[in-house]
Design a protein around this ligand. Structure first.
Ligand SMILES: C[S@@+](CC[C@H](N)C(=O)[O-])C[C@H]1O[C@@H](n2cnc3c(N)ncnc32)[C@H](O)[C@@H]1O
Length: 290
């Protein structure tokens, strides 16, 4: 089934601040997905992009194919983690925090997974308008910081939480809060998140990350250097593992030979964007620190 916009008129979208960033990621992912040699098979993202009335190029600039491939590879790396989790827990629930207009469900669906999309109410309304309803997909308009999304999940079937392109927009204490609540409430579960390095976070906070067209990236107050990932373990005693995930291999010299091995390359290994999986022990520590 295609995006709801496939045959109708374009849908006008007006978002600002952090919510608008979902159009940035969609734009880049879809521009990559429409290439014949794409690294991300995602026709629905392309349909979505084509069905939205928004000045993508005027606002964000011509899609730089390096960034577009980078966004798509990040999505594919998350897909691989979701597929691996579903391999061991085919009836699991995937909770996609800050999912924006991601179309990951349609890329990884195994016919059994249950899906919970969590984002701001205005974004959820947009998702309802633009993407098809699915019987196994539930949408919840609330903050990732609101514990309501954790209610009613069944850890016995397996719960995987993803936070793709979300955590950097939160404050450091809020990131720890989300991780700790997952550790407390989701025994046996996992959380996959990505982080930007501290130097880049500092640049966004100063308003220095902008395009030639004048689009200024909103502040991203949480930065984590890949070398300090181990500190995440301190968020809750029920965290049993914190591991680095290499970016999946892409096209061209950088994405085929450099980015997938970034954890081994001295000059970039410590201060690079990174993807991390956090695993929670089976024994729930429900009364843990708050
Ligand atoms: C950069 S976009 C990423 C969207 C999507 N995950 C992707 O990769 O395309 C950031 C998303 O996080 C959402 N977001 C920001 N703060 C949030 C919060 N506190 N709770 C839930 N979602 C939030 C925004 O609305 C937006 O959809």
């Amino acid at each position: 089934m295609g995006a709801a916009t496939t045959n109708g008129p374009k849908v006008r979208v007006a978002l600002d601040g952090v919510s608008e960033t979902l159009l940035w990621t969609l734009y880049h992912r879809a521009m990559e997905a429409r290439r014949p040699d794409t690294v991300l098979d995602d026709p629905m993202a392309v349909e979505l992009l084509d069905g939205i009335d928004y000045p993508f190029e005027r606002r964000f600039g011509k899609a730089d194919m390096g960034s577009a491939q980078g966004q798509a590879l990040r999505a594919r790396t998350f897909d691989e983690e979701v597929r691996a989790f579903l391999g061991g827990h085919p009836d699991a629930t995937v909770v996609a925090l800050g999912e924006g207009l991601e179309t990951q469900f349609w890329r990884v669906d195994n016919g059994r997974v249950r899906w919970l999309t969590v984002d701001r109410p205005d974004v959820i309304a947009l998702r309802r308008l633009l993407l098809p309803a699915e019987p196994r997909v539930r949408l919840l308009g609330c903050s990732a910081l609101d514990e309501r999304w954790l209610d009613g999940l069944d850890p016995a079937r397996g719960v995987l939480v993803t936070a793709q392109g979300l955590m950097m927009y939160l404050r450091p204490s809020e990131v720890r809060h989300v991780i700790a609540r997952c550790a407390e409430r989701l025994p046996g579960g996992e959380l996959v998140l990505d982080a930007i390095p501290r130097w880049l976070s500092a640049q966004t906070v100063k308003g220095r990350v902008k395009t030639r067209e004048g689009y200024v990236t909103p502040p991203m107050p949480w930065g984590m250097d890949a070398s300090e990932r181990w500190k995440l373990r301190g968020a809750h005693p029920n965290i049993t593992e914190v591991r680095d995930v290499a970016l999946t291999r892409g096209r061209g010299f950088f994405y085929a030979h450099v980015a997938p091995h970034a954890n081994l390359i001295p000059l970039i290994r410590k201060r690079r964007p990174s993807i991390t999986v956090i695993r929670f022990g089976e024994g729930a520590a429900t009364g843990g620190p708050r």
